[in-house]
Design a protein around this ligand. Structure first.
Ligand code: PMP
Ligand code: GLU
Length: 382
């Protein structure tokens, strides 16, 4: 496995800041807002109750799993029983559990690109081969469904993607998901991991779950969590739901790796999934305003090109036109911006998008404006 490119850049940023450098961090995909106060209250109450200090069941507390099953019905029209839900230490662990449960040596996992950095590395860890299906800026960073279909072979076990997408912000429409489901249904052994952690951050239209489409309930594992929608990245809770046999296998994996997820954070999760999803409107409005601010700022960066992403909190500009003798790739460019402009972004290559950098705009408006000005000035000097 490669080291996580996002976490590596976040660590470099921390180190430079600790050394007194002024760095604007656009590297980490982490909402800067405070979590809702009800989540903090739920944690305090859980601690005060004194009942949640022991090992939780591996799959999560029964009432938390039931609340998550209810959330899936309410928000996503997905019919899962509580027994079909597993609570994990972040969506990252939920995906890893599933990949380990489903894929191994000799298997292939189809991953439309650009994709979240950890997908390919988690697949490699199991000995399976990640099969990357590329796309372009002109395609709004969405590989046409026929290109995805053409990558499926008799060895393909899993199709793994996120919509809204990290790192491109692309959102699959209801029609695109229907076309994708039709492809999956042609291959009886093929399972889908649908990572929906950005479901609430969609700017136009609506988020759709592929698992809710006819015939797909037995084929889809839906991943979600509290990190993004509730600005609770540090509490480390994600969850998954899917066919019973997959949940059983994932439970076995988790039971040997980490056991049940943090008990107090599970109580917070119950409060989050029971809350009115309308509460997240403020967070979404912040991100939409910031997206537009960043897109406006990017217009002033010589040679960079960007589309208009419809969700999540990332933009993925194509930047290769600014490369020169010293800055020859996205990694060089990210290092140049970090050291010379004091702005941290992540190279697009480990996301399957060479020639790009990923900008996370989950930070304050004033800082974003300053960061865009610094980038424009630094790139102008190349
Ligand atoms: N999936 C995607 C697409 C992500 O961007 C992230 C990182 N924020 C995760 C999963 C993992 O989230 P967490 O482990 O914080 O729940
Ligand atoms: N997922 C976020 C990101 O893409 C957080 C870091 C990570 O876990 O990769 O930046």
């Amino acid at each position: 496995m490669q080291e996580s490119a996002t976490l590596q850049m976040a660590q470099r940023t921390r180190e430079l800041r600790a050394a007194g450098k002024d760095i604007i961090d656009l590297s980490l995909g982490e909402p800067d807002q405070d979590p809702p106060s009800f989540a903090i209250e739920a944690a305090k109450e859980a601690i005060a109750q004194g009942k949640w200090n022991k090992y939780p069941p591996v799959a999560g507390y029964a009432d938390v799993r039931a609340a998550i099953a209810h959330k899936f019905k309410r928000d996503n029209n997905l019919d899962y029983t509580p027994e079909q839900v597993l609570v994990s230490t972040g969506a990252k662990q939920a995906i890893m559990n599933t990949v380990i449960a489903l894929a191994g040596p000799g298997d292939e996992v189809v991953i439309p690109a650009p994709y979240w950095v950890s997908y390919s590395e988690q697949v490699r860890y199991t000995g399976a081969v990640p099969v990357i299906v590329h796309s372009t800026l002109a395609e709004d960073w969405k590989p046409p469904i026929a290109r995805i279909a053409a990558a499926i072979t008799p060895r393909t076990r899993v199709l793994l993607f996120s919509s809204p997408c990290n790192p491109s912000g692309a959102v699959l429409s209801a029609q695109e998901l229907e076309e994708l489901a039709a492809v999956v249904l042609k291959h009886p052994g093929l399972m889908v991991i649908s990572d929906e952690i950005y479901e609430h951050i969609v700017f136009s239209g609506k988020h759709h779950s592929i698992g809710a489409l006819p015939g797909m309930a037995d084929r889809v594992i839906t991943i979600n969590g509290i990190s993004k929608a509730f600005a609770l990245t540090g509490w480390r809770i994600g969850y998954m739901a899917g066919p019973q046999w997959v949940i059983k296998a994932a439970n076995k994996v988790q039971g040997q790796f980490t056991s049940g997820a943090n008990g107090i954070a599970q109580r917070v999760t119950k409060a989050c999934v029971e809350a009115d999803p309308g509460l997240i409107a403020g967070l979404r409005a912040d991100f939409l305003r910031r997206r537009d601010l960043v897109l406006e700022g990017l217009k002033a960066v010589p040679g960079w090109k960007c589309n208009i992403p419809d969700g999540a909190f990332y933009v993925l500009p194509e930047v290769s036109a600014c490369y020169n003798g010293q800055v020859r790739n996205g990694d060089d460019l990210a290092m140049y911006l970090l050291n010379d402009a004091g702005v941290s972004v992540v190279d697009g290559e480990p996301f399957g998008a060479p020639g790009t950098v990923r900008i996370s705009y989950a930070t304050g408006d004033a800082l974003l404006k300053e960061a865009m000005a610094r980038i424009a000035s630094a790139v102008g000097k190349l």
